[in-house]
Design a protein. Structure first.
Length: 310
């Protein structure tokens, strides 16, 4: 009998592909909302000037012998303490020696740990930036005001209210908007915005087009997801960033005497990877560590549109 396929080929793991999941790093927007400040120490203080420089004083005109009036300012301090976040896993020698191509247990170990740490970091950022307990300048939309109601809602007016709220409280024009994926999925199809740019190719607006409509230099959309199921249970995948829209003044070049809603204060090294040998069982243990804190310096540089969509 002539040979069949089962005689000439023994199934084995293909080397061209293996299935994996994970967020692209571009999906993470924590440091788009909270720009990075690298520091050397785990804790320190920073100075905070008051808003006396926005006051108009009695500056004159004055007579020939009349002295000028003193105009002073107030100064206080804030402080930060970095959080240390780390995870580790073991790659036994026997696992490494017996792994088929294209599996790379060492690389997968480090990537798995790093992915988990970045998901945790994104969750912490969202818990501040999209929380009305932290961003105290906000509105909560309900019913027909929510942007998922294409007939009655007015997203342009809601965003403009946020822009003017930040400007009148800080003297700075907002330059950034962040929103969750669920908000963007409705806003890009909203008739009010599409009407502003007629004859648009495609079925919805782009981020750049919406930014031009609302006159904000930059818009970012939080696309990262998380698995909320317990280990070994059926996966439950959910958006990390909720149904809110944040209008903010974002300072991407922090310096003395500058403003901003908040920052990611972190060690100068973005992440640290350590490895050491273990003997029972024999193998290499990998540890990945992130050191950071999201410091909300002044929430009046932000305005939150909560429950923007149903």
């Amino acid at each position: 009998m002539p040979p069949g396929l089962g005689d000439v080929h023994v199934d084995r793991a293909m080397t061209e592909f293996s299935l994996s999941y994970g967020n692209d790093e571009a999906s993470f927007i924590a440091e788009a909302i909270f720009p990075m400040i690298p520091v050397a120490k785990e804790s320190d203080k920073y100075f905070k000037h008051d808003k006396q420089n926005l006051r108009a004083e009695n500056d004159g005109p004055r007579g020939v012998r009349e002295p000028s009036r003193e105009a002073s300012y107030g100064l206080s301090t804030g402080s930060y303490t970095l959080g240390i976040y780390n995870l580790n896993d073991l790659v036994p020698d026997r696992i490494r020696a017996n792994a088929d191509q294209p599996l790379d247990p060492d690389r997968r170990c480090v990537r798995n740990i790093t992915d988990k740490l970045l998901v945790g970091k994104e969750i912490r950022a969202a818990a501040i930036a999209f929380d009305t307990a932290d961003i105290t300048q906000y509105t909560t939309l309900t019913g027909t005001d929510q942007w998922s109601d294409f007939t009655n809602s007015d997203p342009l007016d809601d965003i403009e209210v946020g822009i003017q709220n930040v400007r009148t409280k800080t003297g700075r024009m907002p330059n950034h908007i962040a929103m969750g994926a669920a908000v963007w999925s409705k806003l890009k199809f909203h008739p009010q915005l599409i009407e502003r740019i007629k004859y648009v190719s495609g079925s919805g607006l782009t981020v750049a087009q919406v930014a031009s409509i609302v006159d904000i230099p930059d818009i970012t959309v939080g696309l990262a997801v998380k698995n909320t199921a317990n280990e070994n249970q059926t996966d439950v995948i959910a958006n990390i960033w909720g149904k809110a829209c944040l209008v903010q003044y974002r300072n991407t070049s922090p310096a003395p005497e500058s403003g901003g809603m908040g920052f990611t204060i972190r060690r100068r090294a973005d992440r640290e990877v350590r490895t050491w040998r273990e003997n029972n069982p024999q193998g290499d243990r990998y540890e990945v560590e992130l050191s950071y804190v999201f410091e909300l310096v002044d929430d009046t540089f932000g305005y939150l549109i909560d429950a923007a969509v149903a």
